[in-house]
Design a binder for this molecule. Structure first.
Ligand code: DAH
Length: 346
């Protein structure tokens, strides 16, 4: 049989075998039989070299054409068989309901924090933050809080163990203590040390106190601090801002009132009460919600701001407390238990 006469029958039998392969393994076997290095088609191709100059062009064309066809057929059959292998073997009921995807959601404290931040952003405040492990200076001294203030007592504040040999040093005196910040007010100092006035920041963050956990206390909780420094800032600005934000957070009919109070870093200082449908639901007209005041001139001195030029106000309040009032939650510890039956509700 001439060379050319062999090409077509061999191609036909190869195509038949490839197309009939029932699975991927059989297909691979058919490929090896014809196109593998010892395959029948490969053997035919090897004979090309033995042909005469006259026979070669036609024979080469026929063989190469057949090879292209075989390879196309191999790829097509492989695609079919792969699809077949991926199909379910059991019959499928496409009318069954789909599997529901369980979506997570933000923790209620995160939601309240984001609401607070969103309200303040509307009036030009930016978010700042600072370290939770603080020095006594930023947490207390720079805020004009004297060494004998009760908040500084080891009963109330988590002090961190000092490094070996760091307790007392003959030349430098007692080493400053490291502690877990008891309030976000330390960030007021950190920000003012870093930038010149004006300042318009809010600081959401975690704080720590040596409280035993009960329905209204937890050793770690969250606060939002606010600080506004500019020329000619007044208590009127403070009141207007607080009123705007609490109306946003607690509803448009919310009222606020200021009561005189004492904080070492503000003068005058106030406690803020608010009244709304939420407080009445809790059986009270007014609920205490925040502390605030006009920044004490000594605090400005401590960060290098001239108190004759710059004025400002600051406030701080607890995020848990806002969330508890808003959602009617009566035990603060629920926020930290990560029980999805609780968390799902918000
Ligand atoms: N730091 C106070 C606290 O933890 C809250 C506070 C009161 C912050 C008055 C202030 C302020 O910035 O001016 O209870």
């Amino acid at each position: 049989m001439s060379f050319l006469d062999q090409v077509e029958p061999l191609k036909q039998s190869a195509l038949a075998e490839l197309r009939a392969a029932p699975d991927l393994a059989a297909l691979e076997q058919a490929r090896v039989n014809y196109l593998g290095s010892n395959g029948r088609f490969t053997a035919l191709m090897k004979q090309l070299g033995t042909l005469s100059k006259e026979e070669k062009p036609a024979a080469g064309k026929a063989v190469n054409g057949a090879k292209v066809e075989l390879e196309a057929s191999l790829v097509a059959r492989r695609g079919e068989l792969e699809l077949k292998a991926a199909m379910p073997t059991e019959p499928t009921d496409f009318t069954l309901p789909g599997r529901r995807r369980v979506l997570g959601k933000l923790h209620p404290l995160t939601q309240v924090t984001e609401d607070i931040v969103r309200s303040f952003r509307k009036i030009g405040f930016v978010v700042a933050d600072g370290p939770e492990v603080e020095g006594e200076y930023h947490c207390f001294d720079a805020l004009n809080t004297p060494a004998d203030h009760p908040a500084r007592d080891a009963q109330d504040t988590f002090y961190l163990a000092k490094a070996e040999g760091g307790m007392q040093n003959a030349e430098s005196g007692p080493q400053p203590s490291t502690l877990l910040r008891t309030h976000t007010s330390s960030v007021q100092i950190r920000v003012m040390e870093k930038q010149p006035p004006p300042v318009r920041i809010i600081v959401p963050g975690r704080v720590y106190r040596r409280d035993n956990a009960d329905a209204t206390h937890n050793p770690t909780f969250h606060q939002v601090e606010g600080l506004y420094v500019d020329r000619n800032v007044t208590v009127g600005d403070l009141k207007g801002t607080v009123e705007f934000v609490f109306k946003e957070l607690m509803g448009p009919e919310t009222r606020i009132r200021f009561r005189p109070h004492y904080f070492s870093y503000t003068e005058p200082s106030f406690e803020i009460d608010f009244s709304s449908a939420l407080t009445r639901k809790m059986g009270k007209e007014w609920l205490e919600i925040a502390g605030c005041g006009m920044v004490h001139p000594q605090v400005f001195e401590n960060v290098g701001y001239d108190p004759e030029v710059w004025t400002g106000w600051a406030f701080g309040f607890g995020i848990e407390r806002i969330a508890m009032i808003r959602y009617g939650i009566t035990d603060i510890r629920l926020f930290y238990e990560n029980d999805v039956r609780f968390l799902r509700q918000f």
